[in-house]
Ligand binder design. Structure first.
Ligand code: CA
Ligand code: CA
Ligand code: CA
Ligand code: CA
Length: 290
C-alpha cells in the first residue's frame, strides 16, 4: 500500500510546482520584520505603540498626557506633543528657562508614581506623613510644619517647579500654605530658609492677604513679600510654584502669573525642598532644570 501513496504525493507535488506560490511567498520566509514587531528599547512595548521607542519605559508613564512618555519628554510636566526645542538642548521651549540659548538640561523629574522616588528623602517637622499615592506626593498629616528634602542636589541655581493642590486646611494653626524651596537649613530646630509658594496668616484677620515668597528662621515665619491677588490658600486651590535663586541670591518666585524676587541669604547644596504648613497638600510632580 505504501507505493501508491508515495506516487500520489509525488504526482501532486509535481503538478503544483510552478503554479503555486513558493513557500517564501506564502509566509515571508524568515519572521516578518514589520514595524509592529520592532521593540528597539527592549521594554516589551512595540515601537508603534511605545511612547518612548528609544528609551526603556515599561510603565509608559506620561504625566502630562501629551503622548510622549516622561523619560523622553523634553517638558514632562507640560503638554507639548510637538516637542519643539528651538535651541536643541533637550529642554523643550515651553519649559526652557533660556529657550534661545542652549545649555539647559533636566536635572530631575519626579512624577510621584512610586514610593521609591522619595526613598532617600529626609523628612522633618512634627507629624510628618508624606506618602506617594494616586500619582501624587501627599502630606497627609495634620502638621504645623513639614519639610521634605533631598540633599543630593545643589539646588541653589536650579529652576524648581511643582504643582500643588490643597486638599484640606487645618484651621487650628496660624499659618497655612505650601512652598517649593531652594534652601532649607536645620538647626536651629525651627529651621531657616526661603521658599516660593503661598501662605495664609490667620493672625492677619479676615480677608488676610496671601504671600508668595516665604522666609523663615529659628523663631518664626516672615511674610516679607507682596500680597497675592486672585489666589488663595483654600481647599481645592491648585497652583504652580517655581523657585529659582540667581547669582545675586535673589530668589525669583513665580506663582501662577505672578512673579516676585526677594533677596535671600541662600546656601548652595541644600537640596530641593517641599514644605507644607497647616494643610494637607498634594504635589503632582517636581522638576528641576538647570
Ligand atoms: Ca519598546
Ligand atoms: Ca508627556
Ligand atoms: Ca510634555
Ligand atoms: Ca531648549
Amino acid at each position: 500500500m505504501r507505493a501508491p501513496v508515495c506516487l500520489s504525493l509525488l504526482a501532486a507535488c509535481s503538478f503544483s510546482h510552478g503554479s503555486m506560490p513558493s513557500d517564501t511567498q506564502v509566509d515571508g520566509g524568515p519572521p516578518d520584520m514589520q514595524p509592529t514587531d520592532h521593540d528597539r528599547d527592549g521594554d516589551g512595548v512595540p515601537d508603534n505603540s511605545d511612547n518612548c521607542p528609544y528609551v526603556f519605559n515599561q510603565d509608559q508613564a506620561d504625566e502630562d498626557g501629551d503622548g510622549v512618555g516622561d523619560v523622553c519628554d523634553d517638558c514632562p510636566h507640560i503638554s507639548n506633543a510637538n516637542q519643539a526645542d528651538g535651541d536643541n538642548d533637550g529642554v523643550g521651549d515651553v519649559c526652557d528657562p533660556h529657550p534661545s540659548a542652549a545649555g539647559d538640561h533636566i536635572l530631575l523629574f519626579l512624577p510621584f508614581n512610586n514610593g521609591s522616588e522619595i526613598a532617600s528623602w529626609t523628612q522633618a517637622g512634627a507629624s510628618v506623613d508624606f506618602v506617594v499615592t494616586g500619582g501624587k506626593l501627599v502630606q497627609q498629616g495634620d502638621s504645623d510644619l513639614a519639610i521634605i528634602w533631598n540633599n543630593s542636589l545643589a539646588a541653589k541655581r536650579v529652576w524648581v517647579t511643582t504643582h500643588v493642590t490643597y486638599v484640606s486646611i487645618a484651621t487650628k494653626y496660624q499659618f497655612n500654605g505650601a512652598a517649593v524651596m531652594t534652601e532649607f537649613q536645620r538647626p536651629p530646630s525651627f529651621g531657616t530658609g526661603a521658599g516660593c509658594g503661598e501662605m495664609r496668616d490667620t493672625m492677619l484677620g479676615s480677608g488676610a492677604p496671601f504671600y508668595d515668597v516665604v522666609t523663615f528662621d529659628g523663631s518664626g515665619y516672615f511674610n516679607s513679600s507682596q500680597p497675592m491677588s486672585g489666589a488663595q490658600v483654600a481647599v481645592g486651590h491648585a497652583q504652580t510654584y517655581q523657585a529659582h535663586a540667581d547669582s545675586s541670591d535673589n530668589m525669583n518666585c513665580t506663582v501662577g502669573s505672578m512673579q516676585y524676587a526677594e533677596f535671600v541669604d541662600s546656601e548652595p547644596g541644600t537640596g530641593i525642598n517641599l514644605a507644607v504648613w497647616g494643610a494637607v497638600a498634594a504635589f503632582d510632580y517636581v522638576i528641576a532644570i538647570d
